[in-house]
Design a protein around this ligand. Structure first.
Ligand code: NAD
Length: 503
């Protein structure tokens, strides 16, 4: 077993996705003496990681990949590799991250949606099968509490005699869209180990990798099971704040209160704080829903049905919010969308990422299509083939979908001859708010992440849009990114989340 941080020479990461790729790019950049190899079974994905057209869009990611992968600044040797040769990379590594997908599966047993550990299991079996020397195996994937026990059992039962494995939990807290910043400046690094001498030693080895750039007081070593549960708990708490503020937004729309003002004023309470209080059409992304369902499933299996129901309500409110938003569009457009053209501005589940997993746009578009609307979709980062793949996988009527939907290459193209523009992603391009000053009557809004001012020169010209759309012109702002007064002055009728709308 690697007992000293100085002995770490090679790291392998199984899974070259949104987590494995960026995390290893930063680890490699900050540890030029360690060879880091990221492996995946998906050949196309690995091919893309070896080009400058990376399979994952994140601000600053390409810079870090090029630095470590290509030795781009000329001052270092390449130490970041992307490969499909899983066996060789695993065999050579001292430390192995498991960073594979852990999607939701439907159990059909009444307990509902559990975490599918199939990918974790096959990665673990591969490690056991090919390892010829001791390894530290690190759970980077988000997994249910006690998964390390399963990994230990598989390794013990299928590994070669004499080869020892130490298992750590090291969940990832990065948020897509700000991944590199989050990796460079994490709130904390969590390392869970067994409370044994070998467990502590392994945790120290991994700590030393992070200590290359992260202050030691931010690296927390805790009990293995606490670490596993903390990741799911943190996601559940973050999603719960969004569902809480979205539930309040429904009350605001019915009463004349303004959710941005309410969230701002609540967030000023230091016990509450301002982050993750932004009302919206609903949260998306691959993690929140699946991790809450996983927590609810665990609760059920522990015979805690009330706890399970509590967490499921967070997901229920999210579904309700998307549905409420879509019904509002239909109501405002005089209860009929038949043959009305609607521009969808944004398809990614949030800005600064091309990720569309669980994006609110999928359910909003599917509902509008069923109302016979003609949909024109524009997103600055999501590729057309991805949009079609997502919609085809979820639509109830593919023929109708193909007839009613088209994908555009600019916001102006999408808005031309449209009755309504529907903002579903908070790309800076769609906002007409002045970010350099406080915003008139509406307070600076609470945020769900790191504030990042957009490039004003690339903003949409809403005056130009006003000349393109059919009258009356509606804007449905599912992210509260527009300055309502300015748009109303241009003749738009504006409906935002948690505000009562243009009279
Ligand atoms: P992803 O789907 O983007 O990537 C996972 C990759 O693993 C895929 O490319 C897949 O081909 C590969 N893979 C699966 N089984 C494999 C095997 N046996 N051998 C080699 N490759 C294999 O997933 P992701 O978004 O990177 O998430 C990975 C894990 O991290 C998940 O558990 C997720 O919940 C967690 N997580 C995700 C985020 C996020 O923002 N995406 C943040 C924190 C934690």
């Amino acid at each position: 077993m690697i007992s000293s941080p100085r002995n770490v020479r090679k790291i392998c990461c199984i899974g070259a996705g949104y987590v494995g790729g960026p995390t290893c790019a930063v680890i490699a950049d900050k540890n030029p003496d360690i060879e880091v190899t990221v492996v995946d079974l998906n050949e196309a994905r690995i091919r893309a990681w070896n080009t400058d057209d990376l399979p994952v869009y994140e601000p600053e990611l390409l810079k870090y990949v090029k630095s470590a992968r290509d030795g781009a600044d000329g001052e270092r040797s390449p130490n970041l590799f992307f490969s499909t040769d899983v066996d060789a990379a695993v065999r050579a590594a001292d430390l192995i991250f498991i960073s594979v997908n852990t999607p939701t599966k439907y159990t059909g047993t009444g307990a509902g949606h559990a975490c599918d550990l199939g990918y974790v299991e096959s990665a673990t079996r591969k490690i056991a099968e090919v390892s010829e020397s001791d390894k530290i195996v690190i759970e980077k994937s988000t997994v249910p509490c006690k998964t390390a026990e399963t990994i230990r059992e598989i390794l013990a039962a299928t590994g070669r005699p004499g080869v020892r494995f130490e298992i750590l939990s090291n969940p990832e807290f990065l948020a897509e869209g700000t991944a590199i910043n989050d990796l460079l400046h994490p709130d904390r690094i969590l390392i869970g180990s067994l409370r044994s001498e070998r467990g502590f030693q392994a945790a120290e080895v991994l700590s030393s990798v992070y200590a290359a750039w992260i202050p030691r007081d931010r690296i927390m070593t805790i009990n293995l099971w606490s670490s596993e549960l903390t990741k799911i708990a943190a996601n559940a708490l973050l999603a719960q704040r969004i569902s809480s503020v979205n539930a309040l937004s429904a009350i605001c729309e019915a009463t004349g209160a303004d959710i941005d003002e309410v969230a701002y004023a609540c967030g000023k309470d230091t016990r509450i704080g301002p982050r993750m209080l932004k009302a919206s059409v609903g949260f998306g992304g691959s993690c929140f829903k699946k991790d809450i369902l996983s927590l609810a499933y665990i609760s059920d299996t522990l015979h805690l049905p009330e706890v399970a129901a509590y967490w499921r309500s967070v997901v229920d409110i999210n579904e309700y919010q998307k549905d409420r938003f879509t019904r509002r569009i239909t109501k405002c457009l005089y209860h009929s969308l038949t043959n009305k053209r609607i521009a969808i501005l944004g398809f990614a589940y949030k800005k600064n990422t091309g990720d569309t997993r669980e994006t609110a746009a999928i359910s909003v578009v599917n509902s509008l299509v069923l109302e016979q609307a003609d949909i024109r979709i524009y997103d600055p980062r999501v590729k057309e083939e991805q949009i079609w793949q997502d919609l085809k996988a979820t639509a109830s009527d593919i023929t109708l979908l193909k007839r009613r939907v088209s994908v555009c290459t600019s916001a102006y193209e999408a808005c031309t001859d449209s009755h309504a523009a529907v903002i579903l992603t908070e790309w800076d391009e769609f906002s007409n708010k002045d970010h350099s000053t406080t915003q008139g009557n509406s307070p600076p809004t609470a945020t769900n992440g790191t504030a990042e001012d957009g490039n004003l020169s690339s903003r949409m010209d809403w005056q130009h849009v006003a000349g393109l759309m059919k009258k009356p012109m509606f804007v449905f702002d599912g992210r509260n990114v527009v300055d309502v007064d300015k748009l109303e002055a241009l003749g738009f009728r504006v409906e935002c989340i948690g505000k009562s709308g243009t009279p």
